[in-house]
Design a protein around this ligand. Structure first.
Ligand SMILES: O=C(O)CCC(=O)C(=O)O
Length: 366
C-alpha cells in the first residue's frame, strides 16, 4: 500500500481473535479435548469402490525442462491442475542443505519457551505472528494447531517489527527459503501459462513483485484425534501454494469426487496446489481443491505453506488472453487488496470464497 510520501508500507490484510496455544494445552497431559476443539462432524477418509485409495499426481520438473511439448510432462502438469488441483513436484533443484536447515530452524522455533513466543504472538489488530487465522467469534470452533503467519515478499510489505524479532538463524534461513520458493513458483507458473496457452508475458507481469506469505503449522498430538481437526477444510485464496511437509507424519487430505484422499509424504518433494486466484485467472480451467489436515495421538506434525499471489496493484479477474466470445468470463473482477481483506475477514469455509467471485445470472441481468 502506498503512503502519501510514495513509499510502500506494510499491509494489514486482517485480524483474528487471539486464542490459546494448543501446544501449551497438550503439555498438561489432557485425556479429553476442551469443547471448543470438538469437531465430531468430520467426514472420514473413504476408499473408492474397489477399495483402493488413489494418490495425487507427481510432476518431474527436470523432465518438464527438457521436454515441454504437448503430450509430455507438460500434459501431466496440465491434467494435474485441471483434474486434481494438487500435485507433488520432484527434481525441483531446491538445495537439500537449505531444506534441512529450514526444517531444523522451524522445529526449534516451535520449541521456543512460551514466554519467548509471546513476543511474536498476533496482535489484536493484525493476524501476523503465532496464533490461529480466521477466528472471528468467541463461539467459533478452533483447529488443533498452532501456526505462525508472516508476509515475506515483496520486502516493503513486511512487518519489520515482527521480522526483526525472529531468531536470527531462522530469519536468515527463511530469507533464503522464500527466495527459493519464489523462484520455484515462477518456474511452475511459467509452465502453467504455457499449458493454458496464455500470452507468455501475462503470467510474468502478474507475478513480478508478487505477494508471498508463509504459514508454519505445528499440529500437536491429540488425545481424541477423531473428534478434532488440525486445519478446517478450505481452498487457498492465493494463486499457487507450495507446501513443505517437514516430518514423516501424514495428515494432509484433499477432497476429490466427494472422497477425502490422503497425501503421502514423499522424500524431497513439495506438494503444490492451485489456489482460488489461479481458478479465477484460468477462468475455471484449473480448479482449487478443498483440503484439510487431520491430527493423530502418536506424533506431532509440522508443515510450511508458502502462498504466492500477484502484485498488490492487480485487478484480479480471468486472464484477458484466455477469454473470448467462446469462453466468456465466469468470474468477476476485484482489486487484489480488497479480495485479500474480504477473505481474511471470513470464517474458513470450504470453497465459499471463490464461489462468491463467480458471475451469477443476477450479475448478467444488471
Ligand atoms: O499442513 C498441511 O498439510 C496443510 C496446510 C495448509 O493447507 C495451509 O497451511 O493452508
Amino acid at each position: 500500500m502506498e503512503s502519501s510520501s510514495g513509499v510502500e508500507e506494510p499491509v494489514n490484510f486482517g485480524r483474528s481473535i487471539i486464542v490459546p496455544s494448543v501446544q501449551e494445552l497438550v503439555k498438561e497431559s489432557i485425556l479429553k479435548i476442551p469443547p471448543r476443539y470438538a469437531r465430531p462432524e468430520q467426514e472420514p477418509v473413504t476408499a473408492s469402490e474397489d477399495g483402493s485409495v488413489s494418490s495425487v499426481p507427481i510432476v518431474d520438473l527436470e523432465r518438464l525442462e527438457v521436454d515441454d511439448s504437448v503430450g509430455s510432462e507438460l500434459h501431466r502438469l496440465h491434467a494435474a491442475c485441471k483434474d486434481w488441483g494438487f500435485f507433488q513436484v520432484v527434481n525441483h533443484k531446491v538445495s537439500n542443505t537449505l531444506l534441512e536447515n529450514f526444517r531444523m530452524e522451524v522445529e526449534n522455533f516451535f520449541k521456543l519457551p512460551f514466554e519467548e513466543k509471546q513476543q511474536l504472538w498476533q496482535q489484536p489488530d493484525n493476524h501476523e505472528g503465532f496464533g490461529q487465522l480466521f477466528v472471528i467469534s468467541e463461539e467459533q470452533k478452533l483447529d488443533w494447531c498452532d501456526m505462525f503467519f508472516i508476509t515475506t515478499l515483496p520486502t516493503d510489505l513486511r512487518r519489520k517489527e515482527l521480522f526483526d524479532k525472529l531468531p536470527p538463524n531462522l530469519r536468515c534461513t527463511l530469507e533464503a527459503y522464500c527466495t527459493e520458493m519464489r523462484k520455484l513458483a515462477m518456474r511452475i507458473l511459467d509452465y502453467m501459462a504455457k499449458a493454458l496457452k496464455m500470452e507468455a508475458h501475462e503470467m510474468k507481469d502478474l507475478f513480478s513483485d508478487g505477494v508471498q506469505t508463509v504459514r508454519m503449522n505445528y499440529y500437536p498430538t491429540c488425545p481424541q484425534p477423531d473428534k478434532a481437526i488440525g486445519l478446517t477444510p478450505h481452498s487457498d485464496a492465493d494463486a499457487l501454494t507450495i507446501l513443505f511437509q517437514l516430518n514423516e507424519t501424514e495428515g494432509l487430505q484433499i477432497r476429490k469426487e466427494e472422497r477425502w484422499i490422503p497425501v503421502r509424504v514423499l522424500p524431497n518433494a513439495f506438494v503444490v496446489n492451485v489456489g482460488d486466484m489461479m481458478e479465477i485467472f484460468s477462468n475455471g480451467i484449473y480448479r482449487s481443491i478443498e483440503h484439510r489436515a487431520i491430527v493423530n495421538s502418536a506424533k506431532e506434525r509440522l508443515s510450511v505453506a508458502t502462498f504466492h499471489s500477484p502484485k498488490l496493484s492487480t485487478l484480479l479477474g480471468p486472464a484477458p488472453s484466455i477469454i473470448d466470445s467462446d469462453n466468456p468470463a465466469v468470474f468477476r473482477q476485484m482489486p487484489l487488496e480488497k479480495y485479500f481483506k474480504e477473505f481474511f475477514s471470513r470464517k474458513l469455509n470450504g470453497k465459499s470464497y471463490v464461489d462468491f467471485m463467480r458471475i451469477t445470472d443476477d450479475d448478467k441481468v444488471l
